[in-house]
Design a protein around this ligand. Structure first.
Ligand code: PLP
Length: 291
């Protein structure tokens, strides 16, 4: 199985997995990963087919684009939406490729939000990260450069105060991270988030609803409250995407709606993320109660 879906985990992630069953389930290979090939294609969002015509850049929505900056992560999440694709992903590396991405944005004046994704952009050295940030932050039409990274959760020492200050300098960087369980909000993770927030970078959390990890209102409310204590805004809770190898994590839609309602009854708006599903072809992340 690890030939098809490789096992990757940095030392910090391994140590956290040893202490937390909820986190261990996101990291340890499971025989069920090989069972659902018939049900779901490997690439429902056509991430391999290059719709934008621009290498390493994906556009599904009019005002925002996603740029692939890396095809590696500190840990390969077993529930990853790019599972199986990531190794072959088109990643922007050369100055020419990056210039083509900034030219694409300039040719699409509605774009105001650029997601630096992958893989994890923080797998790159600081200067490389800043090269991407600067290239897009320098464009007057761009209001937001989103750093999409799980480093605060899975390798918090990577998020140094020095890096946070450099990222914040343009005034345009927001960070989006992923915590799935309160166990993951360790003192180290809290410090990583504090480095970002104290530097002036808004930090949001995209959680994935995962069977056996966080599929109860109690577990999620504990997570949302814990995130608020470290000034991280719960942004989305995602239904698992329909990709091969993760269906054992999927929470049935009716159950997810029930959990979402129970959360909404028990926490204020600032602590309550939107529960959404990423539906291929839809014009936005869809609130699950509308499905
Ligand atoms: C999810 C996604 C975004 C960001 O959507 P938000 O709802 O603004 O968080 C942007 N581009 C692509 C290709 C996406 O899949």
């Amino acid at each position: 199985m690890t030939e098809r879906f490789p096992f990757v985990a940095c030392a910090y992630a391994r140590a956290l997995a040893a202490r937390s069953a909820a986190f261990r389930r996101q990291l340890e290979p499971d025989a069920r990963e090989l069972e659902d090939d018939e049900e779901f294609g490997p690439d429902p969002f056509d991430e391999e087919g290059e719709a934008s015509g621009c290498f390493g850049l994906k556009q599904r929505f009019p005002d925002r684009v996603l740029v692939m900056t890396s095809n590696a992560c500190f840990m390969n999440c077993r529930h990853c939406t790019r599972k199986g694709l990531l190794r072959h992903a088109e990643v922007v590396r050369s100055d020419e490729e990056l210039a083509a991405c900034t030219a694409y944005v300039q040719e699409h004046p509605l774009v105001r939000d650029v997601l630096l994704s992958g893989g994890d952009p923080l797998m790159l050295p600081d200067d490389e990260v800043m090269r991407f940030v600067q290239a897009f932050a320098d464009l007057p039409q761009v209001d937001v450069v989103r750093l999409c990274t799980r480093a605060p959760c899975v390798n918090p020492a990577r998020v140094t105060r020095d890096l946070a200050v450099r990222l914040a300098a343009s005034g345009k960087v927001w960070a989006n991270t992923q915590f799935n369980h309160a166990d993951e909000v360790t003192p180290e993770a809290a410090e990583a988030c504090a480095n970002l927030v104290n530097a002036g970078i808004p930090v949001s959390c995209q959680t994935v609803l995962l069977a056996g990890v966080n599929d109860s209102a109690a577990a999620l409310l504990d997570l949302f409250r814990t995130l608020q204590r470290i000034r991280v805004r719960p942004y989305y809770v995602f239904q698992c995407d329909p990709v091969a190898g993760i269906s054992h994590f999927r929470v049935p839609l009716e159950r997810a709606v029930e959990i979402a309602r129970a959360c909404a009854d028990r926490i204020g708006g600032l602590g309550l993320p939107r529960f959404v599903a990423d539906i291929p072809g839809s014009t936005r992340k869809m609130p699950i109660e509308l499905l």
